[in-house]
Design a protein around this ligand. Structure first.
Ligand code: NDP
Length: 330
């Protein structure tokens, strides 16, 4: 028997309830690798999966959410993994279409796993989690498109959230001057402790403008917010600079013009963590182990248990979670 956070739906009322239950292994979905999960976390998408309609992501109830986890292989029918191996899983619609990491046990496909990178513990891997992994993918994409320290400030939007906190710490550690956008002024000291050089109040970028181009300000941008803020930022990018579009915490619409692309050669780089190919996953996790200072990562962590998850899911959708939640499922 093992514990998991199970979300159930009452077919008559449509009401969804989440509670910690004891399950037996025979209810686990089929898979090639059985993992004894040690840690999971709370990402924005987890908030959606825990919400009343499953955020449109969950297909079937009862459901075990948790879009990522780290743990130890217990059994494997695939040659790439053996009992005792430490592994990390992010993406592949685990926790949405498939049972996820809010459980002491998981059965998954070997293709979905990545060996735990050297130098990281399973707890640290989940302090990073999907949010931090995606932040690293965004930084790599900006670098691949020519971003280097010394070119000017790099903007991080939604900075006090999960993606934003990790992006801020990585960029500052790599020598970039980070301008952190937040709607929570009280997180200013926290963001500075992660390495932000300046704090940009959210209101400054939330308003739309009729001007398609403003002063060339940012050498790069990791954007977790989307919506009107992304549209505004595009018009403030330096010539030839890139924005890595990661999230939609502020909305999915993009009320922008094509002028920044045509007159300033600005690049809008899409970042997807879910279907990311294996080689790039390994590359990103290696970079996390070398480029994200572990003391900064620890400063982002808020510990939690399975029982805390329904509340934390609601909180993250309201933009109330600071940094990264680490869920000890045991
Ligand atoms: P968090 O909730 O931790 O962070 C989002 C942050 O955005 C908040 O903390 C807040 O930061 C800011 N924010 C919230 N609402 C608004 C608003 N209305 N207007 C402007 N800013 C707002 O979530 P995550 O970091 O886990 O995820 C961030 C986004 O990235 C989500 O949209 C998520 O779906 C997406 N994502 C995408 C991935 C991909 O593969 N492309 C992978 C992982 C995440 P502050 O308080 O500092 O202003």
């Amino acid at each position: 028997m093992f514990n998991a956070l199970v979300v159930e739906k009452d077919e008559e009322s449509g009401q969804v309830t989440a509670s910690v239950k004891q399950l037996s292994e025979d209810v686990l979905p089929n898979g090639e690798v059985t993992v004894a999960v040690e840690y999971s976390t709370v990402n924005y998408k987890d908030g959606l999966c825990l919400s009343p309609n499953g955020g449109g992501l969950v297909r079937k109830y009862p459901h075990v959410p948790g879009i990522d986890f780290a743990g130890t292989v217990e059994a494997s029918s695939d040659d790439r993994y053996k009992p005792g191996d430490k592994v990390v899983l992010t993406g592949w619609r685990v926790g949405e279409a498939h049972w996820g990491g809010y459980s002491q046990k998981a059965n998954v496909l070997a293709d979905w796993l990545v060996p735990l990178p050297e130098g990281l513990t399973t707890r640290q891997a989940m302090a990073v989690g999907t949010a931090g992994f995606t932040a690293m993918l965004a930084v790599m994409a900006l670098e691949d498109h020519g971003l280097q320290p010394g070119q000017g400030p790099v903007l991080v939007t939604g900075a006090a959230g999960g993606v934003g906190s990790v992006a801020t710490a990585i960029l500052a550690n790599l020598g970039y001057e980070v301008a952190a956008v937040t709607g929570r002024p009280e997180t200013g000291d926290y963001l500075k402790s992660l390495g932000a050089a300046t704090i940009v109040p959210r209101e400054e970028l939330n308003e739309t403008t009729k001007r398609p181009l403003e002063s060339e300000t940012w050498a790069g941008c990791v954007d977790a917010v989307g919506g009107a803020m992304l549209a505004r930022v595009l018009g403030q990018m330096k010539y030839g600079a890139s924005v890595a579009a990661v999230g939609l915490a502020g909305g999915a619409a993009l009320p922008a013009t094509v002028i920044p692309f045509l007159l300033r050669g600005v690049n809008l780089l899409g970042i997807d963590s879910v279907m990311q190919p294996y080689e790039n996953r390994v590359r990103a996790w290696k970079r996390i182990a070398t480029d994200l200072p572990m003391d900064k990562l620890e400063a982002m962590v808020q510990p939690a248990t399975l029982g805390d998850l329904p509340q934390l899911g609601a909180d993250i959708l309201k933009g109330k979670v600071k940094g990264r939640v680490v869920v000890d499922v045991n």
